[in-house]
Design a protein around this ligand. Sequence first.
Ligand SMILES: [Zn+2]
Length: 139
Amino acid sequence: MTVLNISVRSKFATSTTRAFTLVEIMVVIAVIAIVVAIATPTWLRQREISRGRACQENLFKIDGAKEQYALEYRASNGTTVDMTQLLTPPNATAGAGEGYLKAIPTCFANGTYTVNAIGAVPVCSIGATAFLEPHVMQE
Ligand SMILES: [Zn+2]
């Protein structure tokens, strides 16, 4: 018959050299907190910058769609055009993908786009245009 030899000594109760002390753990947590506190504003700012660039790219697409619309329909400067006309032009079949935009672009920073007339640049409600700096939201 085999007798199991099970040690019931706790490693933490008897050993004082192998465990972390409370001060060591608190120092590690403090260092991690400092690193997070330094890095978080940078992460947030970079996120807003990339959202602004994506918004600017959408404005470029809208402006290009307006230019193509104006060329094909011989629309002069000042002719009003809206997003649905760019999505489905007057002679195109609805839903057939014949428009100048595949979908209505959305601003990642929750701005709304104003297409404006032919010859004027489209703008985002947060403040960007396709030809100026992209918008960066306030932190
Ligand atoms: Zn925007």
